[in-house]
Design a protein around this ligand. Structure first.
Ligand code: IMP
Ligand code: MG
Length: 181
């Protein structure tokens, strides 16, 4: 589909992870999660919008009963550096007491977003909490958070594609790359 260097793919500086590499790794993560949660009913919490394609591929590979809840958290506000303030509107009527929760996000960068969501989830009386991210940046985190499943570790650079955006664009790229900014 994106074999010719045209359209939005040509705005990339470098492809870090191509579509087959992403698909293979996400399938392996799904297998590991399915094994770890075997016999349990999951509540999956998705942090939108960046995790869109990651969760779509991951969750279809997990053959377990699950309830899926999405929420949005934002700290970037359109720039390529975090603002440091996490906005986290909480879904109404979300009862997590006694639930086995799997928290999913696209990328662990400063750790501020996942840290804020994890704090809130723990305060809600969950029975257990595991966190999975597709990407983890090799950098010092402003907030050190525990993640149980990591797809790929990448260098500390701004990436787009496979759900991740720059000012709302590039989410629909099937690969992940860096931009010519
Ligand atoms: P953190 O709170 O700094 O860990 O940032 C987490 C959120 O910022 C992620 O869920 C992404 O939505 C966004 N983000 C961080 N790094 C990147 C990037 O390189 N490209 C696109 N979005 C990013
Ligand atoms: Mg995000």
């Amino acid at each position: 589909m994106f074999t010719e260097v045209t359209g939005i793919l040509s705005d990339l500086n470098r492809v870090l992870l191509d579509a087959p590499a992403i698909q293979a790794r996400v399938a392996a993560m799904a297998g590991a999660i399915a094994r770890d949660f075997a016999g349990r009913q999951l509540t999956v919490i998705i942090i939108m919008d960046g995790a869109l394609f990651f969760v779509a591929d991951l969750l279809r590979g997990i053959d377990l009963p699950m309830r899926i809840v999405s929420m949005s958290a934002s700290s970037y506000h359109g720039a390529t550096k975090t603002s440091g303030v996490v906005k986290l509107p909480w879904p109404a009527n979300l009862d997590l007491r006694g639930q086995h929760v799997l928290l999913l996000d696209d990328i662990l960068d400063t750790g501020l977003t996942l840290g804020a969501v994890q704090d809130r989830l723990m305060a809600e009386g969950t029975a257990s909490l595991k966190t999975a991210v597709l990407l983890k940046k090799r950098r010092e985190q402003a907030r050190v958070v525990a993640v149980d499943y990591v797809g790929f570790e990448i260098e500390d650079e701004f990436v787009v594609g496979y759900g991740m955006d720059y000012q709302g664009r590039f989410r629909n790229l099937p690969c992940i790359g860096t931009l010519q900014l």
